[in-house]
Write a protein that binds this ligand. Structure first.
Ligand code: ADP
Length: 427
């Protein structure tokens, strides 16, 4: 039987006895009233004891009671015990989590809604020079590099910002921000000093080798031309060999030039001027027609006369590469469309061909250095595999992007998108 039924039973029995006692003494209603007052006082006392117990946290053993009150005490006590266990588990997990983040080789800083520091790990204190006492301070007041402040405010958090450590300028850090929870952000800083050193070594090595190869190649090419001039054609084998040697020397020269250009793109400071893109395109298209012996293949449409702010040589090189590829990788009689126009978000140079196209698998890879798609035609078409890598770099240096749309057997459309803010004049 439920405790509440027993309590009701007891109450009714006692009420019955009170009624009999009242009836026998001739004070029926007084006896009933007295009984009800006593019951009410008892209940109020129980409630007050319960309130005192729960007010003290409900953690001590509960008083000896019976009936429905025993059940109430028992359930509340069990709930309190479960909550205590849960809190203990949460505290243990939080402690383990903090210990693991504290031991991370990367710096980690938890930032609040206003960029104020909420928590730092050991590495953050070491490489970012933060103190335990900096809690609550705004991080831009402590790490004062302008690039960092810009990144924090407007950054594209998908890419890290590379900065020297504020405590030791020889340590290079890749700082990244991860947003989580309600307005919270986690700042992670990784030591990339070794990586940057290797990258610099690679760049220096490529630059030096390319530079050193340039002079011997020019000498070789010069002598080859002289020998070819002297050749009277008595030996067809010799004549063919000279031609092949000249072709290969030219190829190597292109390779060296492309490598040097890429190195310059990676290391050179930007020096932008207002570039007259429409006349540059007209010139390149004219040269393309002459070079590839492709008279009337190129269709140039200038929908806008806008000039853009940029590096003239770099833009020329990027556009020439795109046009050269379109002519190279499509049949000798198919058209190549070049278009300069303004979309709602950018100024766009589009180079479209109706040639062999690129497979979906190869599209993401064609901008990698030295990547050339395997194909029958490619064996005949000479190239360095560096052209699109150059275009991609040039676009990055102009805050723009290169988009590639292509379908095997149908053709390709390469488009260079420049931000609208780069406009600097009009023809
Ligand atoms: P390459 O010197 O080989 O032309 P690029 O970097 O310019 O080097 O191009 C890389 C590869 O991308 C090329 O080898 C070719 O396979 C492919 N490619 C580039 N442009 C086109 C195009 N317009 N049509 C088809 N394939 C292309």
């Amino acid at each position: 039987m439920g405790a509440w039924k027993i309590d009701i039973g007891k109450f009714l029995l006692l009420l019955f006895f009170a009624a009999i006692a009242g009836g026998l003494t001739g004070h029926f209603w007084q006896a009933i009233s007295l009984f009800l007052v006593i019951v009410q006082i008892r209940q109020t006392r129980q409630i007050s004891r319960f309130e005192k117990w729960i007010g003290a946290g409900g953690r001590q053993e509960y008083p000896r009671v019976s009936g429905i009150w025993e059940e109430i005490y028992y359930h509340v006590y069990q709930l309190k015990k479960a909550e205590k266990r849960r809190k203990k588990k949460q505290r243990r997990m939080l402690k383990q989590f903090r210990e693991s983040i504290e031991a991370l080789p990367d710096a980690a800083v938890v930032l609040g809604a206003n960029d104020q520091i909420e928590w730092t790990n050991k590495t953050a204190r070491e490489v970012l020079g933060l103190q335990q006492s900096d809690k609550g301070q705004r991080i831009p007041y402590l790490i004062r590099f302008p690039e960092f402040i810009r990144y924090l405010k407007f950054g594209d958090y998908s890419e890290p910002v590379i900065l020297p450590s504020p405590v030791n300028s020889r340590i290079i850090l890749a700082i990244r921000i991860v947003a989580y929870g309600a307005g919270l952000r986690l700042l992670l800083a990784q030591d990339v000093t070794q990586l940057k050193k290797m990258e610099t070594m690679r760049k220096d090595f490529v630059a030096n080798v390319s530079h050193e190869l340039r002079t011997p190649l020019t000498v070789l090419k010069g002598y080859l031309e002289t020998v070819q001039d002297l050749d009277e054609g008595n030996s067809p084998l010799l004549t063919a060999s000279f031609k092949e040697m000249q072709g290969q020397t030219e190829r190597m020269q292109h390779l060296v030039d492309d490598l040097l250009l890429l190195t310059r793109l990676e290391t050179k400071q930007k020096k932008a001027v207002c570039v007259d893109v429409p006349s540059m395109l007209s010139q390149i298209c004219k040269e393309g027609d002459a070079l590839e012996n492709a008279d009337r293949r190129i269709e140039l449409t200038l929908e806008t006369g806008t000039h853009i702010y940029g590096e003239e040589q770099e833009l020329r090189s990027a556009f020439t590469n795109l046009l050269g590829n379109a002519l190279k990788y499509s049949p000798d009689d198919s058209p190549v469309k070049v278009r300069w126009f303004q979309s709602s978000t950018a100024f766009v140079l589009e180079v479209e061909d109706f040639g062999e196209g690129i497979s979906t698998l190869d599209i993401p890879r064609v901008t990698e250095r030295f990547y050339r798609v395997e194909g029958k035609r490619h064996k005949k078409v000479h190239g360095t595999g560096l052209g699109l890598a150059i275009v991609k770099h040039v676009m990055m240096r102009h805050d723009g992007r290169l988009e590639i749309a292509s379908e095997l057997g149908k053709g390709s459309c390469f488009s260079c998108h420049f931000p609208l803010q780069r406009a600097c004049g009009k023809a």
